[in-house]
Design a protein around this ligand. Structure first.
Ligand code: FES
Length: 94
């Protein structure tokens, strides 16, 4: 049995997307199906900065350093390309 995780995009017109857990968001979210934009997909450009509601593992040190620079006032900020998808999430582009 594979676990599924649903990603919703509150505040946008995009419909929720269901993926297998642990799939990489940068491979499945596109400009056609989500408001999230990607650039480097490796955690260094900051293009995929989002606010996330959901109980996922915390950022690794490199991601945290980027978040501290890009969005110091947003405790729920994450880089979408670095998220380990472990549960349902709500994502809003920052
Ligand atoms: S796409 Fe560049 S940091 Fe995520």
């Amino acid at each position: 049995m594979s676990n599924l995780c649903t990603i919703s995009f509150p505040g946008s017109d995009f419909a929720p997307i269901t993926l297998k857990c642990h799939q990489n968001l940068s491979e499945y979210l596109t400009i056609q199906n989500s408001p999230v934009l990607f650039g480097c997909r490796t955690g260094i450009c900051g293009t995929c900065l989002v606010e996330v509601i959901g109980d996922i593992p915390p950022p690794q040190p490199d991601e945290q350093e980027m978040l501290d620079t890009l969005a110091p006032n947003y405790p729920n900020a994450r880089l979408a390309c670095q998220i380990n998808l472990t549960t349902n999430l709500a994502i809003r582009r920052l």
